[in-house]
Design a protein around this ligand. Structure first.
Ligand code: CTP
Length: 427
């Protein structure tokens, strides 16, 4: 495994790194952390992590100017975050050492040499650096055995206190294990179990846990990762009622499978994938339990409300569908139209076979976007007075189209004339 040349990177990364070198000069600037790890693995990682043994916020200001990026400084940590014009992130930090005033607290930081900065990190594979030179990376700085661990596929924590200081690392370990199919070093696993048993997660703010779970949920191997966290007792340490029954694993795998069949599914953005997975994780829990768990996790208000509502709606729809005998698309649409795209994905994963599944599958892949060919102005032309009747007429048209009773504009027109216009004239 070796680092690429700057010239082998995509043009935008290369431009950003070269501009960063110029913005920091004459101080050296280093690529670090997950960015270096993924460069060595030959894996695409568009988020760039840089460290300077200097004032990172001042360097970030110059760099933001050169790259036309938006900069957000965090003076408390001596870091700055840049959002590049194409949406990528670039993090720039002053090399620092950390002290945790108490378990799970945010650290107090102090400028320190690069080697101390590497030592404060979570795992050896995330504790390598490479100076950015003109046109190339300098030699790999690997004083903690990161490269060997990366080559062996091993996740190894750097110090005994790691998971106590920062219990979010429990989630990170499982995430990297699942993502790269690595093995957790035995000594690290022991530290993890001790931290869970010692109540480390109890000290973590809910919003930090939610953030970690949301990151987990966006991984391709989210089901395995969630399962690992469950088996390590991390989830019940988050809240004792977060006990996933054995069937939850299969459900999560099916959610992942349904998501991988997108883009034929109406998933508007990537972030929704994470929410579908979280909904899948919560699905088998009682609605009251879900509320309790969400109270502990304190997700952003909008997400909490949506998860709770989706959970309820999705379970209701599943219950109705398992008892249903009429699977016409108009009926399915009535049930599924109000559901969010994520809830539809989970519903599809819940229904493993039978007519209900076929009908939902058809709805999710095609029917949801079927609308009548006639529009409001057509109804007006046909003599209908604007009012609530429009909504009813369009709903009736859509239902008939969904059930294959109407195909053309002419058919829709005579449907409206017969059912609504002439009907109205008679009354
Ligand atoms: N880090 C750490 N402890 C944490 C979070 C981060 O030591 N709890 C360090 C690691 O060196 C990590 C780097 O900060 O590589 C950057 O963090 P982040 O961007 O969150 O993680 P990545 O390792 O880049 O992971 P991902 O690929 O998921 O973005």
């Amino acid at each position: 495994m070796r680092l690429p040349q700057l010239g082998d990177l995509d043009p935008l990364s290369r431009t950003a790194l070269e501009a960063a070198r110029r913005a920091a000069a004459p101080a050296p600037i280093y690529a670090v952390g997950g960015y270096v790890r993924d460069l060595l693995l030959g894996r695409r990682n568009v988020d760039i992590d840089l460290v300077v043994e200097d004032d990172a916020i001042a360097v970030a200001g110059r760099l933001a100017h050169a790259l036309k990026a938006v900069v957000t400084p965090h003076p408390r940590f001596g870091t700055a975050h840049l959002r590049l014009p194409d949406g990528r992130r670039l993090d720039l930090a002053t090399a620092r050492s950390e002290r945790y005033p108490h378990a799970a607290a945010l650290p107090e930081v102090q400028p320190a040499p690069l080697l101390a900065d590497l030592l404060r990190r979570d795992f050896s594979i995330n504790a390598m650096a490479a100076r950015i030179d003109r046109h190339r990376f300098g030699p790999l700085i690997d004083s903690l055995g990161g490269l060997q661990d990366l080559e062996r596929g091993r996740i190894r924590a750097l110090h005994e206190q790691s998971f106590i200081d920062d219990p979010t690392r429990l989630f990170r370990t499982a995430r990297f294990e699942g993502r790269y199919r690595f093995i957790i070093a035995r000594s690290t696993l022991r530290l993890m179990k001790a931290a869970v048993k010692g109540g480390a997660i109890g000290h973590l703010a809910g919003s930090r846990i939610f953030r970690e779970l949301h990151l987990v949920a966006q991984e391709l191997s989210a089901p395995r990762i969630i399962w690992r966290l469950r088996n390590l007792g991390v989830l019940t340490a988050v809240h004792p009622t977060l006990t996933l029954p054995a069937a939850a694993f299969g459900l999560l795998e099916r959610v992942r499978q349904v998501l991988s069949q997108a883009p034929s599914l109406p998933l508007p953005e990537n972030a929704a994938e994470g929410e579908a997975l979280l909904l899948g994780m919560l699905y088998l829990l009682h609605p009251k339990t879900v509320i309790t768990v969400l109270k502990r996790l304190t997700p952003p208000h909008r997400i909490a409300e949506r998860l709770a509502a989706d959970h309820k709606a999705c379970r209701n729809a599943a219950q109705k569908l398992t008892r249903a005998v009429d699977f016409r698309q108009s009926r399915i649409a009535r049930l599924l139209d109000p559901l969010s795209p994520e809830a539809r994905v989970v519903l599809l994963a819940v229904l493993t076979k039978g007519s209900a599944r076929d009908a939902v599958s058809r709805y999710v892949t095609t029917s949801w976007r079927i609308v009548p060919l006639l529009k409001g102005e057509d109804l007006h032309r046909l003599g209908l007075k604007p009012g609530p009747i429009y909504r009813r007429t369009l709903a009736a048209l859509r239902a008939a189209r969904l059930d294959g009773r109407l195909h053309t504009k002419e058919e829709e027109t005579s449907f409206v004339l017969q059912r609504f216009v002439r009907g109205r004239l008679r009354h």
